[in-house]
Design a protein around this ligand. Structure first.
Ligand SMILES: *[C@@H]1O[C@H](CO)[C@@H](O)[C@H](O)[C@H]1NC(C)=O
Ligand SMILES: *[C@@H]1O[C@H](CO)[C@@H](O)[C@H](O)[C@H]1NC(C)=O
Ligand SMILES: *[C@@H]1O[C@H](CO)[C@@H](O)[C@H](O)[C@H]1NC(C)=O
Ligand SMILES: *[C@@H]1O[C@H](CO)[C@@H](O)[C@H](O)[C@H]1NC(C)=O
Ligand SMILES: *[C@@H]1O[C@H](CO)[C@@H](O)[C@H](O)[C@H]1NC(C)=O
Length: 180
């Protein structure tokens, strides 16, 4: 199941080719989910401030992802993210767990413009392939979560969304790209 899924992706995106990643390096591939259906990230301590002025919106949270084995291994990570502004470029998060390999990892987050009075959050996790040199992966996930409070300029009532009072939630990557 897993290998069929992966081979199909490679064939569609890179032309008919071998069914393994390592056999043919340096090709761009894309999937709309992780190979492991159960793979996801846990966000805790979610706090976000709303303002009608995009520049004054801000967020902070902790996030972690487990190690995922199988055909497309994903290294674990623990990080905290904080940033301000809506529609800004990704802001790097701070990875806080000890790296158990020589591979590079990068977590970044940003708020995306939305018409809702809720925060539209994007998080990306980019890492070197655990097995193949010069290969890397970029997992991206999106979530819409309530702002926790308002700051200067925030005039829209948050009562409706605030009722959810969410500080912990799960993010499931929906864009997976890489050079493999
Ligand atoms: C959670 O994030 C806060 C900053 O928002 C940071 O100080 C703290 O160390 C983080 N906790 C963990 C376990 O990474
Ligand atoms: C580091 O990786 C090795 C080999 O995969 C594993 O046995 C060990 O438990 C890992 N240590 C930590 C702290 O993750
Ligand atoms: C990862 O993928 C996302 C979604 O396609 C993209 O917006 C982001 O720029 C990529 N990040 C890196 C570091 O390549
Ligand atoms: C929204 O919250 C404010 C302040 O807590 C309160 O005064 C107001 O009555 C609330 N509105 C609704 C519709 O619950
Ligand atoms: C919202 O969550 C915070 C943190 O978990 C908690 O302290 C607070 O009592 C909650 N508020 C409501 C109205 O549930």
């Amino acid at each position: 199941m897993l290998s069929n899924y992966f081979a199909l992706g490679l064939a569609l995106l890179a032309g008919a080719g071998p069914a393994t990643v390592s056999a043919s390096p340096s090709r761009y591939v894309y999937f709309n989910k992780a190979a492991d259906d159960t793979y996801g990230w846990t966000v805790t301590n979610w706090a976000a401030q709303y303002s009608e002025d995009d520049a004054l919106c801000s967020y902070s949270f902790n996030i972690s992802g487990p190690y995922s084995g199988g055909q497309m291994p994903i290294p674990a990570f623990v990080a905290w993210c904080a940033g301000a502004g809506v529609g800004t470029p990704y802001t790097l998060c701070h990875i806080t767990d000890l790296l158990n390999t020589t591979k590079r990892r990068q977590v970044a987050a940003k708020l995306i413009p939305t018409t809702e009075v809720e925060a539209s959050l994007a998080v990306t996790y980019k890492f070197d392939d655990l097995v193949t040199a010069d290969s890397w992966w970029n997992y991206t996930s999106y979530a819409t979560e309530p702002y926790s409070n308002t700051v200067a300029g925030g005039q829209v009532s948050l009562n409706g969304t605030g009722a959810r009072n969410t500080t912990t939630f799960t993010m499931t990557p929906s864009e997976v790209s890489g050079v493999a």
